[in-house]
Design a protein around this ligand. Structure first.
Ligand SMILES: Cc1cc2nc3c(=O)[nH]c(=O)nc-3n(C[C@H](O)[C@H](O)[C@H](O)COP(=O)(O)OP(=O)(O)OC[C@H]3O[C@@H](n4cnc5c(N)ncnc54)[C@H](O)[C@@H]3O)c2cc1C
Length: 346
């Protein structure tokens, strides 16, 4: 069981800046995010789009902002747990909080800051009959352990860069580890991916190692003793068909879901966590909420507002972690203590 001063749920722009502010106040921090990378909406929804309202930056893209926040945070080196969805937040008898993830990780923290934005980005479920019971057996939302697909009929569902990159990674395996055949199933014949990836895919199709199938999946059937697994499809024209499918890999995109947060016993108002704006404290002692996930009178869902909230939450959190230590306001310009923490002391 890992133990820390503060645990932040969500590594979007506000969660990252929250980690920086807690670091300035000398707290040990862990950060958890369901995505495999930091940056939240900025990284996931608009990495290449320009923002014009970040203080002091005339313009920067979503990804540039994330990179700048990650660089600023580096002196504090918080422990990152990426690709992990927080499922449970429960109070311990000693008033600390135990946070558990879907990967079996358990962390005990004195304070928890929820920076969950518009929810956890999780794979969009493939809506086909029979899918629910086959997740992790015949239906997968991630491509790992590539060798398990050796000799199989694999269907990749999707038409974007991610779907094509999965096809390429599978096809690029050494012959003994390769699937027998890879079908790319997409609702239309047009794929959206960089030109060189499209060229490589075409070449594999010409060689008969992959094929593009146009249609919508409707039903997934597991293998039986005599029959292979299959994915039934409705084609835009013509009669429905079926593809041999020992494994289906769904690259159907990510969507934000409030998910487990609603069950943690915190006061919610229209799916937002109600906080006191002076501290960003929720109604549970030691649990704070900052950024898009919180609400209070006059709330604006802007990054700059989340940054301000992170400062308020950091001071209130530090007062809980170190109740006997005063937390005077210190300037990063002049404070020797902050210089030491930032690693810029001369
Ligand atoms: C197209 C677009 C343009 C925008 N332009 C601007 C702009 O110009 N200026 C501006 O100020 N704002 C802009 N915004 C809004 C801005 O992106 C948000 O205000 C900001 O991302 C909020 O940051 P956050 O850290 O609170 O949440 P998010 O960025 O949503 O990050 C939350 C993170 O928490 C994770 N998470 C949630 N629940 C869990 C869980 N249970 N377990 C693990 N992880 C979890 C999610 O995976 C996510 O990564 C824009 C938004 C969009 C969509």
């Amino acid at each position: 069981l890992t133990d820390t001063d503060a645990l932040i749920i969500g590594a979007g722009p506000v969660g990252l800046y929250q980690a920086f502010q807690l670091g300035l106040l000398g707290l040990r921090v862990h950060l958890v995010d369901a995505l495999p990378h930091v940056g939240g909406q900025c990284a996931e929804l608009y990495p290449d789009k320009p923002l014009y309202d970040i203080p002091g930056l005339a313009v920067c893209t979503g990804q540039e902002l994330v990179a700048a926040l990650a660089l600023q945070l580096r002196p504090f080196a918080p422990t990152l747990h990426l690709g992990q969805l927080v499922q449970r937040v429960a109070r311990q008898p000693d008033h600390r909080w135990q946070v558990s993830t879907n990967q079996g990780q358990s962390i005990v923290a004195r304070v928890v800051v929820i920076a969950a934005g518009i929810g956890a980005f999780v794979p969009r479920a493939l809506k086909v009959e029979g899918a629910d019971t086959l997740v992790g057996k015949q239906l997968f939302y991630q491509l790992d352990s590539l060798a398990t697909y050796a000799g199989q009929h694999v269907v990749v569902v999707g038409g974007d860069e991610l779907a094509l990159s999965w096809v390429m990674r599978l096809a690029g395996q050494p012959p003994e580890h390769r699937p027998r055949h890879i079908s790319l199933l997409h609702r239309r014949a047009v794929l959206t991916a960089p030109a060189d990836l499209l060229r490589q895919f075409d070449a594999l199709c010409q060689a008969g190692r992959t094929s593009l199938v146009v249609g919508q999946p409707t039903r997934l059937t597991p293998a039986t003793g005599t029959q292979a697994g299959s994915l039934e499809i409705a084609a835009p024209e013509g009669s429905p068909g079926a593809l041999a499918a020992d494994a289906v890999l769904a690259a159907t995109g990510l969507s934000p879901q409030l998910g487990p947060l609603a069950g943690w016993g915190l006061a919610l108002e229209r799916k937002q966590l109600v906080v006191d704006p002076a501290t960003c404290a929720t109604d549970q002692p030691g649990v704070f909420a900052v950024g898009d996930i919180n609400t209070y009178p006059g709330k604006k869902k802007l990054i700059v507002c989340g940054f301000h909230e992170s400062v308020m939450a950091a001071y209130a959190a530090a007062a809980i972690v170190h109740p006997d230590v005063a937390q005077p306001l210190l300037y990063t310009t002049t404070s020797t203590l902050l210089h030491q923490r930032l690693g810029v002391a001369h």
